[in-house]
Design a protein around this ligand. Structure first.
Ligand code: 13P
Ligand code: SF4
Length: 324
């Protein structure tokens, strides 16, 4: 089937089955265009929770769809490909994470949303890159913080807020590939260009950035910062679709990598495509399921994130209780 017919059929199936499509900014432009809403990981979780839709197809990675399911257990949440994982999720085995928690029972565990449902269930609060600073500032100052699984985001937060943290040694396999040395050279060649970076990049890259923030933060900065029309962006390729749409006249350059690879495509995000979305809407299979007990436990830290983000008061557990 050609692309135009495929898109037309997806729209028909979506209407027929009354499915809301949510897409992350790292999806291909075609997928972003047919989605009802595009956003960063916080926005997708929030939209999934607040929408009236009974069935949601999440075009992103599986932990994002799982978060929607955990926050809205009554909704049917579909994914185009269950293999759409994340190096932060696979780099955080549950048993090792629990062992880390047991070593520091008085610390609160602040866990990035890029984690499994099991790891969320033994965490105290979840964060995304767009609300992480606010969440750190809400954690009582007499409590230690265990931050995982992204050590680069954790170190960035530590620097920004002045709060000491212990870090889980995880990283995003895509964002660590940007080259600080080549970025420095690119800045020299493009005087006046503003550098925007995702906090999953290494510190050596972040020191060259004029703005560090989530995917929606980067988009907002490009939309609103009219002091220049040249930007260098250190994050995944999918977002360039929205960036260029927001500022068609601007020159938006991808930050460079070591060597000559063009490796800023997330291999997991890019597993999704129009054919798989079409198939998922035909069969309504590929439904995310989270065991009831696990879901109940994982919802506590996720809901705490939602409450803090919405300026609601929260309470904190006094100590880590080893799971049965
Ligand atoms: P955002 O929350 O900024 O969209 O980031 C998600 C992600 O996976 C970045 O690699
Ligand atoms: Fe995970 Fe990195 Fe892909 Fe984001 S870009 S989903 S952090 S592997």
């Amino acid at each position: 089937m050609d692309k135009a017919s495929l898109i037309a059929e997806i729209k028909e199936l979506k209407a027929k089955h009354d499915v809301l499509i949510l897409a992350h900014y790292y999806q291909d432009g075609d997928i972003q265009e047919l989605a009802d809403f595009c956003g960063d990981s916080y926005f997708l979780a929030q939209k999934g929770q607040t929408s009236e839709a009974k069935t949601i197809l999440l075009a992103g990675v599986v932990f994002m769809a799982e978060s929607v399911k955990i926050l809205s257990p009554d909704k049917k949440v579909l994914v185009p490909d269950f293999n759409a994982g994340c190096s932060l999720v696979s780099g955080t085995p549950y048993d090792d994470f629990v062992a880390w928690r047991k070593q520091h029972p008085e610390h609160l565990a602040m866990t990035y949303i890029n984690s499994s449902a099991e790891v969320k269930a033994v965490s105290d609060v979840i964060c995304t890159s767009s609300n992480a600073e606010k969440i750190v500032q809400t954690i009582p100052t007499d409590r230690g913080i265990l931050f995982g699984p992204d050590q680069n985001l954790g170190r960035f937060l530590e620097k920004k807020t002045g709060r000491k943290m212990l870090h889980w040694p995880g990283q995003c396999e895509v964002h660590v590939l940007f080259s600080a040395k080549r970025l420095f050279a690119m800045k020299e060649e493009n005087p006046g260009a503003i550098v925007l970076a995702h906090p999953e990049c290494e510190e050596a890259v972040l020191v060259h950035a004029d703005y560090v923030g989530s995917t929606s933060g980067i988009l907002n900065e490009i939309r609103t910062n009219k002091s220049t029309d040249k930007f260098i962006v250190a994050t995944e390729t999918g977002i360039f679709h929205q960036l260029q749409k927001a500022r068609p006249e601007a020159t938006i350059i991808q930050a460079p990598f070591e060597g000559h690879c063009q490796c800023n495509d997330c291999p997991y995000m890019k597993l999704n495509n129009l054919e798989k979305i079409h198939r998922t809407l035909m069969t309504l299979e590929n439904e995310v399921s989270v065991d009831d007990q696990l879901l109940t436990k994982a919802r506590v830290p996720l809901q705490r994130m939602m409450d803090i983000s919405n300026d609601k008061p929260v309470s904190w557990p006094t100590t880590f209780e080893t799971p049965q």
